[in-house]
Design a protein around this ligand. Structure first.
Ligand code: PBG
Length: 326
């Protein structure tokens, strides 16, 4: 009989396909990134990310409650300060927008979700770099990580469950771990953006946080040409005390994600970034792609490549679609 193998047998009905699916996406796997803007009384749309806004403190609370009731696994918070300066002082200020918003969310949704905070200076500096600059305008790695340590303590104090260093400075996880341990936050976890590439796909994010950056981040973020380096970065972060590691962006880096996931003995996250969101939304707007199918396929692919959790701007929508499916 020809053909002797018929893999189509297991694709014949929806029930068969459901029975044998290797990968699933559940709402709890999804983390929603949220932006909060200092002094805003209304949410401000982000034009390159249709459907995503810079929240006011009030609208942030509401969006958080909605996402949590849709079943998302967690929230990742970014601050957009009114003032920027050379050292990004708003980041360590307990009254800084990110820290105030974290306290708001801790009060509003508390332990019913996982509150994560972006621990990086780029939103707060007037030059837009993720670190402090020395007299020659170069990144001062070792002074920067000390500030990250202070920033982490301010975020933990405000109620963050997870500190998420995204600045790609050497030694950042170790210094943050020590700072947290020394201030009574031994139980606050670290999600390290271990393999973070210098990517054009962050374009829309720069609008989302009113980034002041001129130039690029190539002396600290990874070169897209390199895969092995990602595994090394993740190993270093684990040795320094990371509780979870991340690969970012997601879709163009699924091989990297797989490589890190194969080596890792901790949960692995992937960040479906602003440009990945914008690409699909733009095509959907033109009627060229179907939103729900495309988004769920991309999330399934990221899970299949090895992600335990996924940061995605569609987290709340996808959680609702998935909830309706069951
Ligand atoms: C840095 C940071 C960036 C993103 C998350 N954290 C920007 C950058 O490194 O240039 C990008 C996220 C996205 O594009 O969705 N604080």
């Amino acid at each position: 009989m020809f053909p002797s193998d018929r893999p189509r047998r297991l694709r014949r009905t929806p029930a068969l396909r459901r029975l044998v699916a290797e990968t699933s996406v559940e709402p709890r796997h999804l983390v929603l990134p949220l932006f909060v803007r200092e002094g805003a009384s209304e949410p401000t749309p982000i034009s390159s990310m249709p459907g995503v806004v810079q929240h006011s403190r009030d609208s942030l609370r509401k969006a958080a409650v909605e996402a949590v009731s849709a079943g998302v696994g967690g929230l990742m918070l970014f601050g957009v300060p009114a003032e920027h300066d050379a050292t990004g002082s708003g980041a360590v200020d307990p009254e800084g927008v990110l820290n105030l918003a974290l306290s708001d969310l801790a009060a509003e949704v508390g332990d019913s979700t996982v509150l994560m905070a972006d621990t990086c200076l780029d939103e707060f500096t007037d030059h837009g770099h993720c670190g402090l600059l020395d007299a020659d305008g170069a990144i001062d790695n070792d002074r920067t990580v000390q500030v990250y340590g202070e920033m982490a303590v301010a975020q933990a104090t405000a109620g963050a469950h997870v500190i998420s260093p995204s600045g790609m400075m050497d030694g950042q996880v170790g210094v943050i771990r020590e700072s947290l341990d020394a201030t009574g936050f031994a139980d606050t976890a670290i999600l390290a953006y271990s393999a973070k590439y210098s990517s054009a796909f962050y374009g829309p994010f720069r609008e989302a946080v009113d980034s002041q950056l001129q130039g690029d981040r190539k002396t600290y973020q990874q070169d897209p040409a390199n895969g092995r380096e990602a595994v090394r970065e993740a190993d270093l972060d684990l040795a320094e005390g990371a509780d979870m590691v991340m690969v970012k962006p997601a879709l163009s880096y699924l091989d990297v994600l797989r490589g890190v996931a194969e080596q890792s003995d901790v949960p692995v996250a992937a960040y479906q970034v602003s440009g990945e969101y914008a690409m699909i939304e733009a095509a959907v707007e033109r009627g060229w792609l179907e939103r729900e199918r495309t988004v769920l396929e991309s999330l399934t692919s990221i899970r299949r490549a090895g992600a335990d959790l996924i940061l995605t701007y569609w987290a709340a929508d996808a959680a609702r679609w998935l909830g309706a499916e069951q």
